[in-house]
Design a protein around this ligand. Structure first.
Ligand SMILES: [Zn+2]
Length: 230
């Protein structure tokens, strides 16, 4: 069964994903106990940074869940989970300012973000339909119609991989913006800044792991496709 042997291709990315998950949860936990000296909450800092960038109309809302924080470009809302919104930890401040970093990217038409948002529909279609097309193609023996289905499946999956790769500069840039603002505006000082940096760096690693997984899966699809005659 070649299907099983190609699975080993995914092992490095799987290990990286597990490490990244462990790293973000342990780092986040550690710095959620370190409170910033000035006593700001994540919501305070988000509002301050938004206003100082002229983004008075970008709203901040509370969202349920753990690490569910995000910026929604369609409604121009920064959504922060409870522990980030109300929290005064260095982790809360780091995450809140990272999400505001995305709002600033959006407002300033940061190209990698526009590109990533533009390919969201293709990426969603790709990650859902590509495996079905691929499996159907293999079922038809990989020739004629089957060959076309497999090629279409791989093409769609490439869209999903491009999305994962395009996410990386967007995430790294949002974090570096956030840390620069926190330092320049003296919101966090000294070791607090280091803590926020560690939280954001380990969060970024989960995106690196997701991208590595997507690339590995693409390689696996191509390998299965090439070996279909074995
Ligand atoms: Zn982000």
């Amino acid at each position: 069964m070649y299907f099983d042997r190609t699975f080993t291709l995914l092992i490095p990315a799987l290990l990286l994903s597990m490490y990244a998950q462990w790293k973000i949860s342990s780092t986040f936990k550690r710095y959620s106990f370190v409170h910033n000296m000035k006593g700001y909450t994540g919501a305070d800092v988000a509002r301050t940074i938004l206003n100082s960038n002229g983004l008075y109309d970008v709203q901040i809302e509370v969202v349920n869940g753990h690490l569910t924080d995000h910026y929604d470009p369609r409604t121009r809302v920064v959504r922060l989970s409870q522990e980030i919104y109300y929290g005064t930890s260095v982790a809360s401040i780091g995450v809140a300012s990272h999400e505001v970093g995305h709002a600033i990217q959006h407002a300033t038409n940061y190209y990698p973000l526009s590109f990533r948002n533009a390919i969201v529909p293709i990426a969603n279609l790709g990650s859902n339909a590509s495996w079905i097309l691929f499996a159907a193609g293999m079922f038809f023996g990989g020739r004629g119609l089957g060959y076309m289905l497999i090629q279409l499946g791989i093409l769609l999956f490439i869209g999903a991989v491009v999305f994962q790769l395009a996410t990386l500069p967007v995430e790294f840039n949002a974090s570096s913006r956030a840390l620069r603002i926190l330092r320049d505006r003296n919101i966090l000082v000294g070791d607090e800044l280091n803590g926020a940096k560690k939280v954001l760096t380990s969060a970024a690693m989960t995106y690196v792991a997701a991208a590595a997984m997507a690339v590995s899966q693409l390689l696996r699809l191509i390998l299965i496709f090439q070996r279909r005659d074995d």
